[in-house]
Ligand binder design. Structure first.
Ligand code: SAM
Length: 226
C-alpha cells in the first residue's frame, strides 16, 4: 500500500473515542507499514483506528474484549440506515441527553440484560470519558458522563465514515487473547500490528478486575516471547 498524501488526508477516526486510540499519530505510524499487504492483523484492535485505515486483501481485527468486537461486527453487518435509525430510536426512547442520568442507567440495565452491541455503542457515546468498562460479572458499569458526553454531529460524522470504510473491506473478526491466534498461515506478504495495553499505565481494559485478563508483567513477557 502506498501511504501517500491522499490516504493520509482521508483518515477515519473511530467513533469510539477509545483510550489509547492511535488516530492522532496515524501519520507517524502508517508510513512505516509495508506496501501491498495481503493479510493485515490488528491484534489489539481497540477502537480499530489502525485497522480501519489500512488497505489489505484481508483484515483481521482481534481484541479479547468480546463486547467491543461485537460492536465492530455489528457496524460491519448492519446497514448504515438501520444503525442510524436504531440510535435515534434508542435516544428518543430513553430520552438520552447531557443531563439525564436515569435514562442512561435504564439503557445500561437494558444492555446488561440483552447485550445488544448497538446499545453498548450508544452507551459509549454518553459514558464517562466514553469508556467501555465491565465488572467481573461482565456487566457494563461505566457511569454516566454527565454534562460531558453525548452523541453529537461530530461523533455521527465519524460513525458514518467508519461504517462506510468498514463495509468496503474484507474483514474477519476475532475475539481472542493474542496468544490464541494461529499465525501459522501467515507469509512474508502479511503484516501483524500490535498495540497492546501499556505496562506503565492502567486503562480500564487492563487492570485485570473486569472479567477479562489484565495486562501485567506476565502478559508483557508472554507477549514479547510470542
Ligand atoms: C492500546 S488499546 C488498542 C488501541 C487501538 N490501537 C486504537 O487505535 O484504537 C489495547 C487493546 O488491547 C486489548 N487487549 C488487552 N489484553 C488483550 C489480550 N490479552 N489479547 C487481545 N487483546 C487484548 C484491550 O481490550 C484494548 O482494546
Amino acid at each position: 500500500m502506498n501511504f501517500g498524501v491522499e490516504l493520509l488526508n482521508n483518515l477515519i477516526k473511530s467513533p469510539l473515542n477509545y483510550i489509547g486510540g492511535k488516530y492522532k499519530i496515524l501519520p507517524q505510524i502508517l508510513p512505516h507499514f509495508p506496501n501491498n499487504i495481503r493479510i493485515f492483523v490488528d491484534l489489539f484492535t481497540g477502537g480499530a483506528n489502525v485497522g480501519i485505515n489500512v488497505d489489505a486483501e484481508e483484515i483481521i481485527l482481534n481484541d479479547n474484549l468480546i463486547y467491543l468486537m461485537e460492536i465492530h461486527k455489528s457496524l460491519f453487518e448492519i446497514s448504515e440506515n438501520n444503525i442510524l435509525s436504531y440510535i435515534d430510536k434508542i435516544i428518543n426512547k430513553f430520552n438520552l441527553s447531557l443531563t439525564n442520568t436515569e435514562g442512561y442507567n435504564k439503557l445500561r440495565n437494558q444492555y446488561n440484560k440483552l447485550k445488544n452491541p448497538l446499545d453498548l455503542l450508544i452507551l459509549s457515546f454518553y459514558s464517562f470519558n466514553h469508556q467501555i468498562r465491565f465488572n467481573s460479572n461482565h456487566n457494563f458499569n461505566t457511569p454516566f458522563g454527565k454534562n460531558r458526553s453525548r452523541y453529537n454531529d461530530n461523533i455521527k460524522k465519524n460513525l458514518i465514515a467508519f461504517i462506510n470504510r468498514l463495509q468496503q473491506k474484507n474483514i474477519v473478526f476475532m475475539k481472542e487473547n493474542f496468544d490464541k491466534i494461529n499465525f501459522s498461515e501467515l507469509t512474508a506478504k502479511d503484516f501483524v500490528y500490535c498495540d497492546p495495553p501499556y505496562l506503565i499505565t492502567v486503562g480500564t481494559y487492563n487492570d485485570g478486575r473486569r472479567g477479562f485478563n489484565g495486562w501485567n508483567i506476565e502478559q508483557e513477557k508472554n507477549f514479547l516471547i510470542f
